[in-house]
Design a protein around this ligand. Structure first.
Ligand code: SF4
Length: 348
């Protein structure tokens, strides 16, 4: 792995809900999540809606204050910094939001929107800012004379390009892309993805790329992380995770991905998960996926699985501990009550 830029350890973000007579309840949006991102690398983050992907991105940027855990950025723990101490990192860590319509102030011109950050951080004079904004507009495929226009005069794809130009105006090293293409037409999605890839190649920026479209995530990411109910259940190189998923949830998620070839789609076996997604207010005691997992064992309901390392991958599932112990000729989790499947999943 190239030099680490970001190292997140046991990061938690809990929200308190005040519910009348029920008192205060806690939503565990992000629960002991650990991962790392190297310089110039893209980590794709996938999972169902409400699994905590966006909360994780926002917690990294301190839009939400972390409840616990470490966010080491170039060796400095961002989670421990005061608001003032975090200010220099605001420039280096930026975010592209999902909705290009809501994330641009309709009362400001494009020039004011893109130049605002540079003025706040005192990076240049007003005249220099105008030149810099025009350069950025050209970089993202817009015209320099768009500087005087307002956001409503642009299409969705063009607005997302303006958002990207605004993000780049501060010369960031790391960008959280929070579903930046989900509000765009398919043809425009490809253009925005190509633009992000080009910018990464030229500037060596690292991305945390949050999305629902697994094919797109595989295309843009070097590694993929899979989240379920606030937990990171699997991470690994994108090709490995996509073609050989380990965690039962990742398998179900990938089996639901549409295939453009009707014959191949007909042959593909879809894994239908039974049961409801548990509430993050009352998550299951053991493995977060235990209520829907076709391989669930008794141990899964009692203990939360740790992250097991398998070569260059990590997976939080007892199946792989069972499998490794059996491989070594041991008795597995024999001391615990269990009904493990005879074999681990085919590709384990
Ligand atoms: Fe399923 Fe148990 Fe693995 Fe959780 S730990 S994914 S319940 S087999």
């Amino acid at each position: 792995m190239a030099e680490k830029l970001l190292e997140v350890t046991d990061l938690c973000k809990y929200f308190e809900l005040k519910r009348g007579l029920k008192g205060t309840q806690v939503v565990k949006a992000v629960d002991h999540v650990s991962f790392e991102i190297a310089k110039g690398e893209t980590l794709g983050l996938v999972g169902e809606s409400g699994c905590g992907k966006s909360s994780l991105g926002r917690t990294l940027l301190r839009i939400y204050e972390p409840t616990a855990g470490e966010i080491l950025y170039c060796g400095k723990d961002l989670a421990r910094l005061s608001r003032r101490g975090f200010l220099p990192y605001r420039r280096k860590i930026q975010m592209i939001f999902q909705d290009p319509y809501a994330s641009l102030n309709p009362r400001l011109t494009v020039g004011e929107i893109i130049g605002e950050g540079m003025q706040i951080h005192k990076l240049c004079t007003k005249a220099q800012a105008t030149r810099r904004v025009q350069e950025l507009l050209e970089l993202v495929g817009l015209k320099p004379d768009h500087i005087r226009r307002y956001p409503h005069e642009f299409s969705g794809g063009q607005r997302q390009r303006i958002c990207i130009a605004r993000t780049l105006s501060l010369d960031p090293e790391f960008i959280v892309c929070d579903e930046p293409i989900s509000a765009l037409d398919v043809s425009i999605q490809a253009q925005v993805i190509n633009l992000l890839e080009l910018i990464q190649k030229e500037r060596g920026i690292s991305y945390l790329f949050i999305a629902h479209d697994l094919g797109m995530v595989k295309h843009i990411s070097h590694r993929i992380g899979v989240m379920y109910l606030g937990h990171m259940v699997e991470t690994g190189p994108s090709n490995d995770v996509y073609h050989d998923p380990l965690h039962p949830y990742t398998r179900a998620l990938l089996s639901a991905e549409p295939i453009p070839d009707p014959r191949a789609a007909h042959l593909k076996k879809r894994i239908l998960l039974e049961g409801e997604i548990p509430s993050p207010i009352h998550p299951p005691k053991g493995c977060p996926f235990v209520t829907r997992c076709p391989y669930a064992m008794e141990v899964c309901a009692a203990i939360q699985p740790p992250s097991f390392e398998l070569e260059n991958r990590k997976v939080s599932c007892f199946l792989y501990e069972q499998w490794r112990i059996r491989e070594r000729g041991g008795k597995g989790l024999a001391s615990l009550p269990q009904k493990a499947p005879a074999q681990p999943p085919a590709n384990a």
